[in-house]
Structure formats: C-alpha cells, structure tokens
Design a protein around this ligand. Structure first.
Ligand SMILES: Cc1ncc(COP(=O)(O)O)c(C=O)c1O
Length: 413
C-alpha cells in the first residue's frame, strides 16, 4: 500500500464524483490534461466572485491582483525550487517557448547550432528549430533508440560541441513515459556554455523537481497537467532572464519576470494554479511549503508507481501488443503507449469510451518525430493510458478486463 489516501484524494475532484444516476468516466488521459482539484476551482471562483481587476491600481481588488501574481510566483518557486522572480506566466507552454525563442535571437551568430531530440513533444522542438531557421543556425537531433525508447546519450559529446548555442530536451516523454537523464545532458551542455531548455510538462505532474539542483536555464510546464487550469509557466534562471530581449510594449515593465508577460495575464488561472499547488502541498508533510510539496510529490509518485508496476506487467504479456516502453532500470512515468496489430488506435479508444466509459487518448501526441520514426502513424498513432494519482488499482483492473474483452472480440476474430 502507498501512503497516499486515494479515496480522500479522489473526493477533491468534482469530475470524479457521481451525480444523480450519472456515473463519471474513468480518466486515463492525465498526460493530455488532469482533472481539476477542488482547491484550484475554489481559487478561481474566489478570484472571480471577489472582484476582478487589472494590475498596479490604487484600489483593493487591484492590489489584491498584484499580490495574487506574487503569491503565484512564490507557490511555483516552492514547487520547483527556484526564485519567485524567475517565474513567468503565459498562455501555455508552447506559447511561452515561442516567445522565449524569439527573445534569444540576439544570442545567435552564424555557425551556431541547436540540439533538439527525436523523442520530444514538438513544443520543445519547433520553437528552437524556428529560431535556428531565423538565424541560419544548424539543427541537430539527439537520436531515439527505437528498441529501448530512450535517447542515445552516448552521442552527447559528438552532438553537443563548441558550436552548440542551445540544447532543448524533455525531462520525460508524454508518450512512452521515459524519464531522460537530463543531468547528464545539462552537464555536457554546460561544458560548452550552451543554454539548456527543459520541457517539464510531463515531468512536473509525476516527479519532484529541483530547478536549482538541475542548474538548467529554462524550464517549462503547464498547470492543466497538474490538477490546475490552462496556464503555462516558464522558469528562467535570473542570469539569463535579465539578458533576454523580449518582444514587448515599450511602456510595459522592463524588469524580470514581468517583461515576458505580454498583455494582461489570466489572473483567475493564476488563482487556480495556487489552489492546485495547495492541493499537492496538502498531500505531504514538512515544516516548509517546499518540504510539504516535495513530500506530496513523493507520495503521488509512490502511488503511481504501484499502479505502474501492475499495468506494466499486464501489458507486457498481452499477445501481439507492442508496448513502447523503456526496459527495467530506466525510470518511467505512469504513461503507457501501445499498438495492436491491424487495429487503428482510434478503434480501441472509441470502444473503451463506449463500453467502459474510459477516457483513453490516441494519436501522435505531438511527439511526431518519434511517431514517424517508430512507424505508428499509419495506424493512427498510439493508444495511450496515462495514470494520475486519482486512479486506483480497481480502475487499472477494469481496464485490463476491457482490453482482454476487446482483443477477444476484435483482434482474435
Ligand atoms: C511533454 C509536453 N510538452 C509540451 C506540451 C505542450 O504544452 P501546452 O499545451 O501547455 O502548450 C505538452 C502537451 O501535451 C506535453 O505533453
């Protein structure tokens, strides 16, 4: 048994509750977006009903909104272990990555190179590829090993050289769940003074993160993947952030982090984000919020890994099923991608929605380089089961029953 009180935790998610004769769906699509915790909903409602405002005014709701942004930065700083002024908000991870890429233009000169990966979501590829195209820089790809679904880090020294200006790598794949040894990548990138961008969108919901310890330059994530609303967050090391020449309105603030936050932010989503962080904090123990958040994340991880062990061993013995998962010894999030012979991914997910009321996603999940390389596109990509802390062993067992039934009726006809 894990130390997470799952039934209590589930009670914090209105979307998981029965109402009248309506039974809720079983959500296995955490990597696409988790359900929202009550604290996040309460935070958003309280901000909206308590009187909304824009920043920098003399009146109470405006002062309150200034404070809300400060509190949002502090909460994120405790979740990720960075300084509050290193936290900037934006529409989503993708939009933040594009605006950071545009701000990095003056760092580049001819002959520079950018290193991205074959495994990543394209949100951590195309902003840097676009920057490279604008600046005439060369793009190099860190290869995916098509048998183990891990990045070929043995090529790091060859790939990251004195010419490398920026390295963008994902902490964890939103398809296979592979957790990359980013410390190794950062260490090599720092030997040649390259800027390191980490896509932590799929990592933050599953692992405790320490920005200071990682010592990367940019870390990006999205609150709708960790029980909050649709808002993106960028953490940028102050030393780099100060130097970023962002595209901004002339009279808008020059200082970090405000200078990256073009226009009016989604204040209600920031209130929701604080609520989502409070939800994680309440799962943990410790003297400081950082300690409680780390402990809460460890409990989430422990519970998810328990379900993962079961689902992993089940999926590995389903005849004909191809599981795109790294071998034992490689750390993996509770995210599973598979294909079934001769069956389109959408057929599987529609069947589960209809017969088992399960939300299971299919497609390339924007990890399109990996999808192309592994040849899954003709079958409509992968079927992806993504576990969240509110999933239970019973739900996993029900999925297993469903898959056996699906295979009996559809595959072994
Ligand atoms: C690993 C990963 N990176 C980036 C993104 C893009 O995030 P956003 O929707 O906030 O732009 C996603 C979204 O699914 C993702 O899973």
């Amino acid at each position: 048994m894990s130390s997470l009180a799952v039934e209590k935790l589930r009670a914090a998610f209105p979307a998981l509750q029965e109402s009248g004769d309506k039974k809720p769906f079983i959500y296995f699509d955490g990597p696409g977006g988790t359900q929202m915790a009550q604290q996040a909903i309460d935070g958003m409602l309280a901000y909206i009903t308590g009187g909304m405002a824009n920043l920098h005014g003399a009146f109470p709701t405006s002062v309150g909104t200034d404070n809300l942004l400060l509190e949002g930065r502090k909460a994120m700083a405790d979740l990720l272990h960075c300084a509050p002024e290193e936290v900037a908000f934006g529409q989503n991870m993708t939009t933040l990555a594009f605006s950071i890429a545009r701000s990095l233009g003056n760092f580049f000169s001819s002959g520079d190179e950018v290193v991205v990966t074959e495994m990543d979501h394209r949100a951590n590829v195309d902003p840097w590829v676009t920057l490279a195209a604008d600046k005439g820089a060369k793009v190099r790809f860190l290869e995916l090993n098509t048998e183990t679904y891990i990045l070929n880090l043995d090529k790091l020294d060859e790939l990251i050289t004195e010419k490398t200006k920026l390295v963008a790598v994902g902490m964890s794949s939103n398809v296979t769940g592979t957790v990359t040894d980013v410390k190794r990548v950062i260490a090599r990138a720092k030997e040649v003074n390259a800027i390191v961008v980490l896509d932590a969108v799929h990592a933050v919901p599953h692992l405790p993160i320490d920005f200071q310890e990682l010592a990367c330059d940019v870390l990006l994530c999205s609150a709708y993947k960790f029980f909050g609303p649709h808002i993106g967050i960028a953490v940028i090391a102050a030393s780099l952030f100060e130097k970023l020449q962002v595209y901004k309105l002339a009279p808008a603030p020059q200082q970090i982090p405000d200078k990256l936050e073009t226009g009016t932010q989604n204040h209600e989503a920031i209130a929701g984000l604080i609520g989502a962080i409070t939800f994680i904090e309440k799962l943990g123990e410790g003297k400081t919020r950082r300690e409680r958040l780390t402990s809460g994340m460890h409990r989430i991880e422990e519970h998810e890994q328990q379900l993962t062990a079961r689902l992993d061993s089940f999926l590995r013995q389903v005849p004909g099923l191809i599981l795109y998962r790294a071998p034992e010894g490689i750390y993996r999030t509770p995210t599973f991608a598979f294909t079934l012979p001769g069956i389109k991914a959408r057929e599987v997910t529609s069947w589960f929605a209809e017969h088992y009321s399960m939300c299971i996603a299919d497609g390339h999940f924007y990890a399109s380089t990996m999808a192309d390389k592994l040849g899954v596109n003709p079958m409509g990509g992968w079927v992806r089961i993504g576990l969240a802390p509110y999933n239970t062993l019973e739900e996993v067992a029900l999925f297993e029953q469903g898959l056996r039934e699906f295979i009996e009726t559809k595959v072994s006809r």
